[in-house]
Design a protein around this ligand. Structure first.
Ligand code: GDP
Ligand code: MG
Length: 837
């Protein structure tokens, strides 16, 4: 079938060969014509056999004879209509009724037709004369057909009146709409007829050819095959609809569009010719070569113009290669817990860690101190394996967490029994709570005569840590790092807690881990101690870790032995890095070194950008750090940019006053001047909105904000700003906008006009300038004046509005300090009804 479709056009010409016009169309090549002709015939061939099909060949000559004498045009049209209706009905019914059967039948018919076609081809080659006989036969068919149609007309709705009539419309131009294209709108029929008339000699053939092809597409036998075609069309439509594609002839591609793209690459991604793309760019007024880079917005226009779909990607998408696949439950195996020891200084953290290690580590290493790896594993008497992080202290814990590596499963909080709950103890409690990591209290130094474990327990109550002895659910164990008393119980308590946590990991996947510590070793190069969190790290694996990457050259376990691989919860020293990562950096195994390098480079650049953007990097990072770490109180982070230092400080002060025990506003950063891209970067990183007080975002910042989904809010009244933040802090912030910017105008020139003062010659660049609206004068994106217009002129006339793209003259009421390059912002205030909650 598709074969036939493909040669449709040729077929039209070939259609006439055996009619009188044949010879004209032969100029295109006899062979082809013959072939096509045959095919056309073939498709048309109805079941009855060659007789019918041979009739087709003579189609061209049929025109005058096709209509039975005595039937008027009107009558004819009426009949056709009736036939059409019947056919349409039938098409639908049939399609629904027996799609499969038809498919089979059609297949059979097709095969038959093919055979016949071949036969005919032979016959044709052999004897041309036969064509005449065929013609006669065809004529006979025609009359038959006409008779049938009349019958159909009479019994308009009767089923299958069209069967076997497929060839009739082919022969007869006027029948075409009825037979071949029942659904074609009349207009096109008329058009075609007209074309036919203009070009009659050949066109009879052509027209009939078209019809034939329609038939051909529908199948060999009239009604049945048209039904088939209708069904197919229907299916095709449904398919296209399902695909969301409207265009038939074109493949619509999803074009990945980064922030900037080289023209040739853009063409490549669209699978369009570079020349076409360049041409199209030129039509847009962009004179570029294929090697030039264009921005995403321009590229988007081009992509749309070519009918493709834009998929905006950002550089960070390189990270996607390491995006996690969720593990199937089936693949998950229990893993040892990872334990961090925390507590106030000198309460004995190091002593406890050492005591446990020395008691549990294989005797050969009795020295204990020789070990340099920042974590170790021990086995309890019951055989449970526990992983201890040998990096006590909150800094390690929080810095890791802030880097996205939550490695700790259980916190052992060490409190000295001869002391009490101290500031760092409280800090540790908060950290553990924030991280939602269960705690076990180790009451240390119980060997001391002045030890008072119960005081520790009561002290802890004040910080909402209720130990088991106080009928809470936090395990508490009395220990002594010096005597070793209670250490076994402590390990048991840990094992029990671990059991409750049901810790699992999938050892059979690419490894992911967290750097516990890293240093540059003189002899061995950069070395990182990594705690494997999921999967298994193997020698030879390629990985990215933070801003570094590498290939595992060697793995050394906590006992100093070289190992081939390390599974979940196993701490291991990794050699083979290209640089030294930082504690808390996450290690991911990638497939290729290129991927690893790409990700590492991307991260390095991003970090550099961020540092550059931050300006006062440390302060800002610290702020964000705290905002992230301190999760006991939920915080609303914001960025504030203001026109002058005074207002910035006033806002920050006001912000600090907002909040209660649950919510606090944290100003991550504040500054003076326009909102820049770096502000947006920071805001994005911490999910904060940017509050602009009498300042605006510059163009690039605006774009970035749009892209990254960072909210920018503009204010000109401190009270409004404070009010909004208050509302946001209590979760009530409405998306109401107090002001709408309706337009922007750029000052091109400044004129002095007597009696009026300074008048700005402006170009409205965006939206509309309205006489009645409020206006602000922006210089370098900072609001330097707000007021109203004294005049809005278009040429000499005072007007109420000037549209974007037009020039106008503007002057402010009571304000004269205007300069070329300044921007006038035109805004309208809206009534905001606030709901009181
Ligand atoms: P860290 O700062 O929490 O790591 O505490 P250290 O482990 O460095 O211990 C501080 C001091 O307390 C050291 O002088 C230890 O010898 C001592 N110490 C630690 N645990 C115990 C204990 O269980 N009993 C006694 N008597 N002293 C201990
Ligand atoms: Mg210590």
């Amino acid at each position: 079938m598709s074969d036939t479709d493909g040669k449709k056009t040729l077929g039209l010409r070939g259609g006439g060969p055996r009619s009188g016009n044949v010879k004209q169309s032969f100029s295109h090549g006899r062979t082809k014509n013959v072939v096509v002709e045959t095919k056309r015939k073939r498709v048309v061939v109805p079941k009855p056999g060659a007789g019918k099909s041979s009739g087709v060949g003579t189609a061209g000559s049929g025109d005058p004879s096709r209509r039975p004498a005595g039937i008027s045009d009107a009558e004819m049209a009426r009949r056709l209509k009736a036939v059409q209706a019947a056919k349409a009905r039938e098409v639908e019914e049939a399609a629904e009724r027996a799609a499969n059967e038809k498919a089979r039948e059609e297949e059979r018919a097709r095969r038959r037709a093919e055979l016949e076609a071949k036969e005919r081809e032979q016959r044709e080659a052999e004897e041309r004369a036969k064509a005449k006989a065929e013609e006669e036969e065809r004529k006979r068919k025609e009359s038959e057909d006409v008779a049938k149609r009349a019958a159909a007309d009479a019994a308009a709705a009767s089923a299958k009146p069209e069967a076997g009539k497929a060839d009739a419309p082919r022969n007869v131009g006027a029948n075409k709409p009825a037979g071949g294209q029942p659904q074609t709108p009349r207009k096109s029929d008329r058009e075609r007829d007209e074309r036919g008339r203009n070009n009659r000699g050949r066109d009879d053939g052509r027209r009939s050819g078209k019809l034939t092809l329609n038939q051909a597409m529908s199948g060999a036998e009239g009604g049945r095959h048209r039904s088939m075609a209708a069904m197919k069309r229907k299916q095709e439509r449904a398919r296209l609809k399902a695909l969301g594609t409207v265009e038939r002839e074109k493949v619509v591609r999803d074009v990945q569009l980064p922030e900037a793209i080289v023209v040739s690459e853009l063409a490549n991604r669209m699978a369009e010719r570079v020349g076409e793309v360049v041409k199209s760019l030129m039509q847009m007024g962009m004179m570029v070569t294929q090697n030039q880079t264009i921005d995403a917005d321009t590229a988007e226009l081009i992509i749309e113009e070519f009918g493709h779909k834009v998929v905006r990607v950002s550089d960070s998408d390189v990270e996607h290669v390491i995006q996690q696949v969720e593990d199937d439950d089936d693949n998950l195996k229990p893993r040892p817990p990872v334990v961090t020891v925390m507590g106030h200084v000198d309460h004995g953290k190091t002593s406890i860690l050492d005591a446990i290690r020395n008691a549990r580590v294989v005797s050969g290493e009795a020295g204990g101190i020789t070990q340099h790896i920042g974590a170790y594993q021990v086995k309890t008497d019951d055989g449970a394996v526990l992983t201890f992080l040998d990096t006590p202290g909150h800094a390690a814990f929080t810095s890791m967490r802030s880097r996205g590596a939550q490695v700790t499963d259980i916190v052992v909080l060490v409190v000295a029994a001869d002391d009490a709950v101290m500031p760092q103890t409280i800090e540790a409690i908060n950290h553990a709570k924030a991280a939602e990591v269960p705690m076990i209290i180790a009451i240390n130094k119980c060997d001391k005569p002045d030890a008072n474990p119960d005081k520790v327990r009561t002290d802890l109550l004040q910080h909402e840590v209720i130990v088991e002895k106080m009928s809470g659910d936090v395990q508490d164990v009395e220990v002594s790092a010096i005597t070793g008393a209670g250490l076994d119980q402590l390990l048991e308590a840990i094992a029990l807690q671990a059991e409750l946590l049901e810790l699992h990991a999938n050892p059979d996947r690419a490894a992911q881990g967290a750097v516990i510590e890293a240093q540059l070793d003189v002899g061995r190069g950069p070395v990182a101690t990594v705690l494997i969190q999921n999967g298994t790290l193997k020698q030879g694996d390629i990985f990215v870790v933070g801003e570094q990457y590498g290939k595992v050259r060697a793995l050394i376990n906590d006992k100093g032995d070289r190992v081939k691989e390390a599974g979940p919860s196993v701490p291991v020293e990794v050699l083979g890095l290209n640089g030294t990562p930082e504690a808390g950096d996450v290690l991911n195994v990638t497939e290729t070194e290129a991927q690893a390098r790409e990700i590492a480079e991307y991260r390095a650049n991003a970090a550099k950008d961020k540092r550059a953007a931050a300006g006062a990097a440390t302060t800002l990072e610290q702020l964000m750090q705290k905002a992230k770490d301190d999760e006991t109180v939920s915080e609303l982070p914001i960025l504030v940019k203001a026109d002058v230092q005074g207002s910035a400080e006033a806002i920050v002060q006001a912000m600090e006053k907002i909040g209660n025990d649950e919510v606090r506003v944290r100003v991550l950063h504040y500054g003076v001047g326009a909102i820049t891209e770096s502000d947006i970067g920071l805001a994005e990183a911490s999910g904060a909105p940017v509050m602009g007080f009498n300042v605006r975002a510059n163009a690039s910042a605006r774009n970035t904000a749009n892209q990254k989904g960072v909210e920018i809010r503009y204010y000109s009244v401190i009270y409004d700003l404070v009010d909004d933040v208050k509302a946001a802090a209590s979760g009530l912030l409405s998306a109401e906008i107090r002001e709408t910017f309706i337009g922007y105008a750029q000052i091109k020139e400044v004129f002095k006009v007597s009696n009026v003062g300074k008048v700005a010659g402006c170009l409205v660049t965006e939206g509309v300038a309205r006489r009645s609206a409020g206006v602000r004068l922006l210089r370098d994106n900072v609001v330097i004046h707000e007021g109203t217009l004294k005049t809005l002129k278009r040429f000499k006339d005072e007007v109420s509005e000037v549209q974007s793209g037009q020039e106008c003259g503007m002057a402010f009421d009571n304000y004269d300090d205007i300069r070329p390059g300044d921007v006038i912002e035109i805004f309208e205030r809206e009534e905001v009804t606030r709901t009181l909650a």
